[in-house]
Design a protein around this ligand. Structure first.
Ligand code: AMP
Length: 278
């Protein structure tokens, strides 16, 4: 596996790859099975796959969250090698933000006003900055993003569309633990007891889907699930909402495809998840 720490080295290498199809999976490391599944999909669909590991300070609105973000880099490298990843891009801050490659900006008014937006000020600006620079360095044909970060997928799709990048965005389904908890690098911060409780998040999403399939109205389902969450002393609700899976607008019409999105705190760890209700 190639490991590039310098942007210029990667650019020089990438210049030679004129005949290959290039896949790209951006990550923040602390790799788990979900990351590996995205990468394996890219390995299947492209001649050459780059994975990046970069914990982007600009997208952390909480300094403590940034500080305690896990960084098991040796273990990550072994995992990437074990699935035959072609190349790892492992830049430091300067290699992203001080090599003269400009980031792009998009209009974030809507995405910043809903769900994660108001809860994490500056987060989406940070994601757009880093991903636009990474795209210019890696120049992939296809790039893979997990639907666990549902709003992020919408953001990246908007970025690619507005800026006309010649990149296909491939959304990847949520990968779950056997008990239903969505895999996340943050799960290791959960105490054993909280880890057991965390499976409840998926149960609420399943209940929302069941209620929807029984014909309950969207406001009714929201009220029921929010009441359930508020009754549970282990969880602090950040949001639970049902929105249109296409553009995250509010649901007013039966033809819209609903997705339930949840963010809760458990043991001071913020966990997000979502489920399409159809
Ligand atoms: P991260 O390292 O958390 O930035 O994640 C890197 C990529 O993996 C992002 O596109 C995430 O959405 C995706 N990802 C993380 N966890 C999961 C999961 N449980 N299922 C699907 N995709 C995931």
């Amino acid at each position: 596996m190639y490991i590039f720490k310098k942007t210029q080295e990667l650019l020089n290498f990438r210049k030679q790859q004129t005949q290959q199809t290039i896949g790209f999976v951006p990550t923040m490391g602390a790799l788990h099975q979900a990351h590996l599944q995205l990468i394996k999909r890219s390995l299947q669909e492209n001649d050459f796959t780059y994975v990046s590991i970069f914990v982007n300070p600009l997208q952390f609105n909480d300094p403590q969250d940034l500080e305690k973000y896990p960084r098991p880099i040796q273990q990550d490298i072994e995992l990437l090698k074990s699935i035959h990843t072609n190349a790892l891009f492992l830049p430091d801050y300067n290699e992203i933000y001080y090599t003269g490659i400009p980031s792009d900006e998009i209009n974030l008014t809507y995405l910043n006003s809903i769900l994660e937006g108001p809860k994490r000020p500056g987060h989406f600006e940070g994601v757009v900055k880093v991903v636009s620079i990474l795209f210019k360095i890696i120049q992939p044909h296809k790039s893979y993003f997990g639907l666990k970060d549902f709003q992020q997928v919408k953001l990246i799709q908007q970025l690619v569309k507005e800026k006309n990048y010649p990149i296909q965005i491939i959304p990847y389904p949520i990968v779950r633990e056997p008990d239903g908890l969505a895999m996340s690098s943050r799960n290791i911060h959960l105490s054993p007891n909280a880890r057991k409780k965390a499976t409840q998040i998926y149960q609420w999403l399943l209940k929302a889907r069941q209620l929807y399939q029984e014909g309950k109205s969207i406001p009714e389902i929201q009220q029921t699930i929010i009441a359930d969450i508020q009754k549970d002393p282990y969880f602090t609700l950040d949001y639970f909402e049902i929105r249109d899976a296409n553009d995250l607008s509010e649901i007013h019409h039966p033809s819209q495809k609903p997705v339930a999105l949840i963010a809760v705190y458990l043991d001071n760890v913020r966990l997000i998840d979502n489920l399409e209700l159809l």
